[in-house]
Design a protein around this ligand. Structure first.
Ligand SMILES: Cc1cc2nc3c(=O)[nH]c(=O)nc-3n(C[C@H](O)[C@H](O)[C@H](O)COP(=O)(O)OP(=O)(O)OC[C@H]3O[C@@H](n4cnc5c(N)ncnc54)[C@H](O)[C@@H]3O)c2cc1C
Length: 382
């Protein structure tokens, strides 16, 4: 057993930290206020090799693992969740192509994502189908060499800025199992009949684009199917094994950054003639935060390490996703509390972290769904 990160991994952490600390603070508040995607910084991060590190060298990536992707996520979120998420989620959905795409699809679609020429997304959620993925109703009907797609998706990250999106569609409604009725189809966003409306006024991660999508007789070639017809549900479950560890890494980054702000504040702020840090109640809060953060960090690092060794453990991955989100939300709350009134006022950057944290318990599987996965693996489906 060896808990030591490699020298290369430590260098990646250092480089990601320097980049985030050097570039994010200047634009973070403005991106949050104006709900603006940091386009220039995303391009720069791509040029510097921070984006899509899990993409294999044959497809333009650096051929590192999901653990390295997680480490970069942690460092970016430590400085600013909104900016960090916007940059690194530009490849969200590419995992599906790398896992299940044909050689042609991988060669065509993956390299431009790493270079910062394109942005992608993954569209599962619909207005009437969230946690219950198998009830998705966006319909793709085959006609000669094409699929004709009709339906609506909602809450789609990068929906209005992506160049192409992996869309979960109902293709085999007659299949006996509701888990064999769907397929994943790549839809280029310049196709006729595709529309995206940005969803404004989000609580947090406001630099990130989130949109509603509508598909009205959108025609795509049959070759746009990713993987096998009828296997879309299963493919997305495998996809989530590859993406959920980095949500825990996002949570650890947010919590770590928030705790560091709290440590600075309680050392400087004096009440009753002493620094807040001298009160035992404060010391306990810091000790508890640090312990929870370290536990969550160990969960995502083990989950990603196993994934990179070809041994994904869905139970462990769900534990990391649920626990990480809970830690981030709890730490953001405690850090705001330690800042008192200053924490509540926008200028100090703490309330932004409090707002940013909540999404970690919602997207890519709510905390309740993660607990269902954990419980089912222990108790069976019941
Ligand atoms: C900012 C943002 C970005 C997002 N990005 C994407 C994206 O890129 N692509 C995408 O496809 N989706 C995306 N989503 C959608 C997100 O994944 C869903 O919101 C999430 O899966 C929950 O679905 P829902 O909102 O429909 O809630 P529901 O499924 O309606 O759930 C509501 C509540 O009921 C609980 N619940 C549901 N079923 C059960 C059950 N069986 N047992 C116990 N509790 C249950 C849930 O845990 C939740 O607390 C995004 C959402 C947001 C807010």
């Amino acid at each position: 057993m060896d808990f030591e990160l490699s020298e290369e991994q430590k260098d990646i952490i250092q480089a990601a930290r320097e980049f985030a600390e050097g570039e994010f603070p200047e634009i973070a508040e403005e991106c949050d206020r104006n709900e603006e995607f940091p386009r220039n910084l995303w391009k720069k991060a791509c040029q510097l090799g921070f984006v899509g590190v899990f993409i294999k060298e044959d497809y333009g990536g650096s051929g590192l693992g999901f653990l390295e992707h997680c480490l970069i996520n942690e460092e970016f979120w430590r400085v600013d969740p909104g900016v960090g998420f916007s940059i690194l989620s530009s490849t969200f959905g590419s995992e599906m192509i790398q896992l299940f795409g044909t050689e042609n699809q991988k060669k065509a679609l993956l390299p431009p994502l790493v270079k910062g020429e394109t942005i992608t997304g993954a569209a599962i959620t619909e207005p009437d189908a969230g946690s219950d993925v198998a009830s998705i109703a966006t319909r793709a009907v085959p006609e000669e060499g094409e699929y004709i797609i009709n339906g609506a998706k909602t809450f789609i990250t990068n929906g209005s800025i992506a160049h192409f999106i992996q869309v979960l569609c109902l293709t085999n409604p007659e299949a006996e199992s509701r888990h064999q009725r769907h397929s994943v189809i790549t839809v280029e966003t310049n196709r006729e009949g595709f529309e995206a409306s940005p969803l404004k006024n989000k609580m947090g991660i406001r630099a990130s684009d989130t949109a509603e999508l509508t598909f009205t007789d959108v025609r795509v070639p049959r070759e746009n199917m990713i993987g096998k017809e009828g296997q879309g549900f299963q493919q997305f479950m495998v996809f989530f094994d590859h993406t959920r560890p980095h949500i825990c890494a996002q949570a650890v980054g947010l919590a770590q950054g928030a705790m560091e702000k709290a440590i600075k504040h309680v050392r400087e702020r004096r009440q009753f003639g002493k620094p807040l840090a001298s009160f035992q109640a404060t010391q306990f809060k810091i000790a508890e935060m640090a312990t929870r953060i370290e536990a969550a960090r160990n969960l995502y690092q083990k989950a990603a390490w196993m994934l990179d060794r070809g041994k994904p453990d869905p139970k462990l991955i769900s534990m990391a996703k649920w626990y990480g989100g809970e830690v981030a939300v709890g730490v953001a709350d405690e850090v705001l509390q330690l800042h008192g009134g200053y924490g509540y006022i926008g200028d100090y950057g703490i309330e932004r972290l409090y707002r940013d944290a909540k999404i970690l318990e919602i997207y890519e599987g709510t905390k309740e769904i993660e607990k269902l996965v954990i419980a089912r693996s222990l108790l069976g489906k019941g």
